[in-house]
Every structure is written in structure tokens, then in C-alpha cells.
Design a protein around this ligand. Structure first.
Ligand SMILES: Nc1nc2c(c(=O)[nH]1)N[C@H]1C(S)=C(S)[C@@H](COP(=O)(O)O)O[C@H]1N2
Ligand SMILES: [Mo]
Length: 515
């Protein structure tokens, strides 16, 4: 039994794991220095997402939801480390297995990285194999020290063995911790660089949007949502488990498909178009009645129609399909470009270039349509096709093909379950019906008469409003509800419906105690 172990390493799995960590950390470090080498973790992560079964992906999205998608990066690292354990154990017998595995890692890394926007092929071709070679070298070294440390047949006074073990411990711990530190430095570099690049693009920055009259909290009430929401308070929803880092210098927007003239524009080209500022409220179709997946911002950018006029869509091109750098698609009727809602390709949000999580360098904002059919972030393509010719990302997953935003209202204060003092209390909240505007908001305590609320000066018909109304609360437990009427005179339906397939309906109700 003992003889069979001879000079084999005792912890080949651990050795393999550390070796993989070293290789990954090196690619991450390089990616931290230059945007021209994409992060291997991000590339492999997106690769896994692209090639995982849709059900698994939907599951991950529903689990992680709006949470920070650092989860996928961590998941990718964990999977890679587990693979490292397998490689380490297999390669004990034949080192060529490790060579093949790391070679494959390099090949996949190169393939994934070259697919990423803004990658420099030469740098990628050099960097990835170097990282793989470093991983292999680490494995070879650890195997040797490992085997020496636990050589069973050595007649020993204990001293040499102790020294060998210490050497192995130092080498493995050093390589492992070193890899973790290098990876952290790389990550931090990636994030810092992408921020620098974003801020230095010289993209149009609007005059201070929050000084516009009524642009903030018109009523100055505690607990009431501000009218203009700033990142990071602005909700975030997307399928991007790793937030894409787009290099604005190499980014392009291609308008193609059923058009007379294919058009390719750089960010500078877009900067040459006339810039427009629009307050538009964006809502997620998944927003429950009373939910927080809705927000309002000042978007600055180029009118979609100005860009599309250059391409000249053909007759029958009934659908606009905006696609992101990571392949996500929305889809909406071409009519929406011309019917007066005037969608924009936004480059700025609230006076600064689009934050990365909200689609840097460009996204679509189409007033009156839920985000899932319209608001493509990290936009890179606009394709024209027929209405029936394509179903965008969420449509085959059980959501409606058309997604007009429904009129909604929400009570912000008091919050559900809150107890207020007996007597008069100012109830307040938000209401929205993008493109139609809000004409009336009413509140009802129990079965009492509906009371009309005061509405803030609307920033536009596309933007939500704040509302408030003083209500007299007698002692006891109450039910308080709200309903809004849009600019066409239609009151939101009281009929409750869940978000799937085309947006929740019903009146927001909160339970309030008065004492
Ligand atoms: N590239 C991309 N764009 C996307 C999505 C996405 O998953 N990927 N999700 C859409 C959905 S469902 C919504 S509600 C809005 C949310 O935009 P926000 O995160 O800026 O609030 O983005 C839309 N744009
Ligand atoms: Mo959404």
C-alpha cells in the first residue's frame, strides 16, 4: 500500500486548484490594466450563460433577480476551481492531461476573448497562453514540492521531512493567496478603468437636471420617492450576469436588416447628431402593484428617428429589434418610432454618461413601453424585420409580444403596516402612465369617499408624478388605497392581474393603523 504511493503528490486536487487560480488571476490582472484584454472570468461567465439551457438561466435570473451579478463571476471562479481539482487529480498519472487541459483553457480563453467587443487580438493571443503556461508551471512545481513533502519511504529523522513540508505549505499557500490578491487587484482595475473610460468619453452632459423646477421632491415629504432618481437608486433589471464592459472607442451601432441602406455609427458619430433631453419613466413588466421596479430619469441622447432616417426601413419592416453587445434583444412595432412618442438612443442619464449598469455607452428609451420590449442597454445593433419574423428575448419565455405600460399608482407613505397618529396625515405616492400623462389621483380610506390628491407639476407626459392628500385617520385599523386616471380620462382598472404576461393591474392597497 505505502509503496504504491511512492513519490506521487499527496494533494493533487489542491495543486490543480491553485494552478488554475494562478492562470485565472493573471488574465484578470492583465484585463485590469487594459480594456483590450477582456476578463477571462467575464468571458467564460458569459460563455456559460450563453450555452446553458434557458431553464437554468431563467432560474439563475429569478434567484439573483436585481441583486449584484457578482454572483456569476464568483460562480465562474468556483466552477473553474472545481475543474482545477479534477485536472489536478487526473494529471498525476499523466502530466499530458494537464497540458491538454490548460491548452484547452488557453484556446477557449482566446476564442471567448476575441468575441468580446474591443478586444485586441494580438494582446489576447499573447496574454492567454502566457497565463495558461504560468498555471501549468505552477502545477508542475506544486506536484514536485508536494511529492517531496510526503515522500513515505524516506528513512527520516523528521527534519528533512519537516523542511520539505514547510516548503510545500509556503509554496501552495503563497501561490493560492497570491492568486487571490492578484485577482482582486485585477478586478479593481477593471472596474476603475471602465469608470475612467466612461467619464472621459466627453459624452454630452446635460445642465444640472435636478435643478429643473419640480425635478426632485415637489412636496418635500419624508418617505416619498424623488421624481428624478439617480443611480444607484434607480432600479436595475437585466439578464447580464456580468455587467458588460464596453470599450467606447471601438463600439459601434449598426442599423441593418430590412433597410435601404445599412448604417454603422461610432459614438463620435452619435455625438454629432442633435442631442435631446427627455424625462421618461421606465418600468419593468415584472413590477408588482405597489412595487419598486419603476424609475424616472432625465435621459439625453439622439432621437431614434434621426438615426433610422439614414437607414430608411423598407415597407413591411414592421418590427424594430434592438440588440445588446451580449446578444439580448427587445422588439417593438416600427410604428412606435413615428407615432410621436419619439424614442431616444440615450447616451446620458441625469447629467452624466450612462452608468455601466444602465447600459453604457448607449441604450434605448421608448416612452410608454415596458423595458423588456424596448429599453435595450449596451445597445449595439438595431435590426429591422417583420412583426412575425422575430420574437425577442422574453417573448418565447411566456411574456406578451407587445408591452405598453399600464397606468399605475403607488402609496409611498404611510408604508404598509405603519401606524400613524390619529388625526390628519399627508398620504403621498407616485403615479404614472407614460405617453398619456396623469390627470387625476384619488385615495380612499376604508369605504369612505374617494378624496382627490394634489399632483406635482409633471416633467412631461412620459414622466411619473408625485401626489399627496391629507386624510383624517380615526383610531383603529384601516385599509388605504389609491387609483390614478390617465391623460385620456381612463382610470386604472381595479381588476388584479399578476405581472405575467403583460404587466400587473389592480389598485395599490396598504394596511394602516391609527393610534
Ligand atoms: N441588454 C439588456 N438590456 C435590457 C435588459 C436586459 O436584460 N439586457 N432588460 C430590460 C428590462 S426587462 C428592463 S425593465 C430595463 C431596466 O433598465 P434599468 O436596469 O436601467 O432600470 O432594461 C431592459 N434592457
Ligand atoms: Mo423588465
Amino acid at each position: 500500500m505505502r509503496e504504491m504511493e511512492t513519490t506521487r503528490p499527496r494533494f493533487p486536487g489542491l495543486d490543480g486548484m491553485i494552478a488554475v487560480a494562478v492562470a485565472l488571476a493573471l488574465t484578470e490582472l492583465l484585463a485590469g490594466f487594459t480594456v483590450r484584454v477582456p476578463s477571462a472570468i467575464a468571458s467564460v461567465g458569459s460563455f456559460m450563460v450563453d450555452y446553458s439551457p434557458p431553464a437554468a438561466k431563467d432560474f439563475a435570473i429569478s434567484v439573483f433577480g436585481t441583486a449584484d451579478k457578482g454572483a456569476l463571476a464568483i460562480g465562474t471562479v468556483v466552477v473553474a476551481l472545481l475543474l482545477g481539482i479534477v485536472i489536478g487529480r487526473l494529471a498525476v498519472r499523466r502530466f499530458s492531461i494537464a497540458v491538454a487541459a490548460f491548452g484547452l483553457f488557453a484556446l477557449l480563453g482566446v476564442a471567448a476573448a476575441l468575441g468580446a467587443a474591443g478586444a485586441d487580438p494580438v494582446l489576447v493571443l499573447v496574454a492567454t497562453p502566457v497565463a495558461a503556461a504560468a498555471g501549468l508551471g505552477t502545477l508542475r512545481m506544486l506536484y514536485r514540492l508536494d511529492a517531496e513533502a510526503f515522500r513515505p519511504e524516506e528513512p527520516t529523522d523528521g527534519v528533512a521531512e519537516d523542511r520539505a513540508r514547510r516548503r510545500y505549505l509556503l509554496a501552495s499557500a503563497g501561490a493560492g493567496l497570491g492568486a487571490a490578491a492578484v485577482m482582486a487587484v485585477g478586478r479593481a482595475g477593471i472596474i476603475r478603468r471602465s469608470e475612467q473610460v466612461r467619464v472621459s468619453t466627453g459624452l454630452p452632459v446635460s445642465d444640472n437636471p435636478v435643478t429643473a423646477p419640480g425635478a426632485n421632491n415637489s412636496f418635500n415629504l419624508e418617505g416619498l420617492t424623488p421624481i428624478v432618481q439617480h443611480d444607484p437608486d434607480f432600479y436595475r433589471i437585466d439578464t447580464a450576469l456580468v455587467v458588460p464592459i464596453v470599450n467606447p472607442e471601438t463600439w459601434t451601432l449598426r442599423v441593418h436588416g430590412m433597410v435601404e441602406q445599412e448604417v454603422v455609427l461610432t459614438l463620435d458619430d452619435l455625438g454629432d447628431f442633435e442631442q435631446h433631453d427627455r424625462y421618461v419613466t421606465l418600468s419593468c413588466v415584472s413590477n408588482e402593484v405597489g412595487g419598486l421596479l419603476v424609475g424616472n430619469a432625465l435621459w439625453r441622447g439622439v432621437r431614434l428617428v434621426d438615426v433610422i432616417d439614414r437607414a430608411k426601413p423598407l415597407d413591411g419592416a414592421g418590427q424594430v429589434v434592438p440588440r445588446s453587445v451580449d446578444g439580448w434583444t427587445a422588439g417593438f412595432p416600427t410604428e412606435a418610432v413615428y407615432d410621436g412618442r419619439d424614442p431616444i438612443i440615450a447616451l446620458g442619464m441625469n447629467g452624466v454618461p450612462l452608468p455601466r449598469k444602465h447600459g453604457f455607452p448607449a441604450r434605448l428609451v421608448v416612452p410608454g413601453l415596458y423595458g423588456y420590449v424596448s429599453a435595450t442597454k449596451w445597445l449595439t445593433e438595431i435590426e429591422f424585420t417583420t412583426w412575425d419574423g422575430f420574437d425577442s428575448y422574453w417573448v418565447p419565455r411566456g411574456w406578451a409580444k407587445e408591452g405598453p405600460i399600464k397606468t399605475q399608482s403607488r402609496i409611498d407613505r404611510p408604508s404598509n403596516g405603519e401606524t400613524v397618529a390619529v388625526g390628519s396625515y399627508t398620504v403621498a405616492g407616485m403615479a404614472w402612465a407614460p405617453t398619456r400623462g396623469i390627470s387625476k389621483v384619488e385615495c380612499q380610506l376604508g369605504e369612505a369617499e374617494w378624496q382627490e390628491a394634489v399632483i406635482s407639476v409633471p416633467l412631461s407626459d412620459d414622466a411619473w408624478v408625485q401626489w399627496k392628500v391629507d386624510i383624517d385617520f380615526p383610531e383603529g385599523a384601516h385599509r388605504l388605497r389609491v387609483r390614478a386616471t390617465d391623460g385620456t380620462g381612463e382610470t386604472q382598472t381595479s381588476e388584479p392581474q399578476s405581472p405575467r404576461p403583460d404587466g400587473a393591474t389592480g389598485w395599490h392597497v396598504v394596511a394602516v393603523g391609527a393610534a
